[in-house]
Design a protein around this ligand. Structure first.
Ligand SMILES: [Zn+2]
Length: 216
């Protein structure tokens, strides 16, 4: 049988009637709606997606309200999503950073200026976390060993050869990053200027050396 088509007027009339009926029979309507959504999970997903695309602003407000009402659940879902989509999330984040670098940096600067206490706290807890990671990594080195490492490298950055100065001393770089199970032993420490250390961050030493054109 060919599918019947309805004129826009007829559709509008039917929608208006349904609306009135729902208003008159709220419990029955809720029951029917639930029965329908339980038996059509895929259609429900589709409909919701379409609705969000048609009403982006409303959708944004709605999810913000939902997140506010259920902060713990929202956080847990967000974390789970990140764990399951780590690489695409990170790539998205990096791309956003690359395209809006100066805007993001100046926003951060502004935030630090207007929230000095929060900024200080976050630095402290970051350092604590870092310390804990280093302690967990096992191994340690003494200041004497660090001085010997510096002397062995003639006080130059392992990566770019920049000389350490009093104003900008070289920093300890964990050749295999602590985040990648590198240790804090002397044999895993090389001197690095701050820019190289920050650029390398938790990258693999071989990848980083290649990015500097040091290795083929
Ligand atoms: Zn350097």
């Amino acid at each position: 049988m060919p599918k019947r088509t309805y004129s826009p007027e007829a559709l509008a009339k039917r929608a208006a009637y349904s609306k009135q009926w729902r208003a008159r029979n709220p419990e029955r309507a809720a029951h029917l709606r639930k029965r329908w959504s339980d038996s059509h999970p895929d259609r429900l997903k589709e409909t919701r997606k379409e609705w969000r695309q048609r009403h982006p602003e409303k959708a944004r407000l709605r999810s913000a309200a939902w997140r506010k009402a259920k902060p713990d659940l929202a956080k847990a879902l967000c974390r789970a999503f990140y764990q399951n989509n780590k690489s695409s999330c990170l790539e998205k984040c990096r791309a956003r950073y690359r395209s809006k670098k100066s805007e993001i940096l100046s926003k951060h600067k502004e935030w630090r200026k207007s929230n000095p206490d929060k900024w200080k706290e976050s630095r402290i807890s970051y350092n604590h976390r870092r310390r804990a990671r280093i302690n967990n990594a096992g191994g340690n080195h003494t200041t004497k060993q660090w001085m010997r490492i510096l002397a062995a490298h003639k006080n130059r950055c392992y990566w770019c050869g920049a000389k350490g100065t009093k104003k900008q001393p070289l920093t300890r770089d964990h050749y295999i990053p602590i985040a990648n199970n590198g240790s804090n032993e002397a044999r895993n420490v090389v001197p690095s200027c701050l820019p190289c250390n920050q650029r390398k961050n938790r990258r693999d030493p071989i990848d980083f050396a290649r990015s500097l054109g040091l290795l083929l």
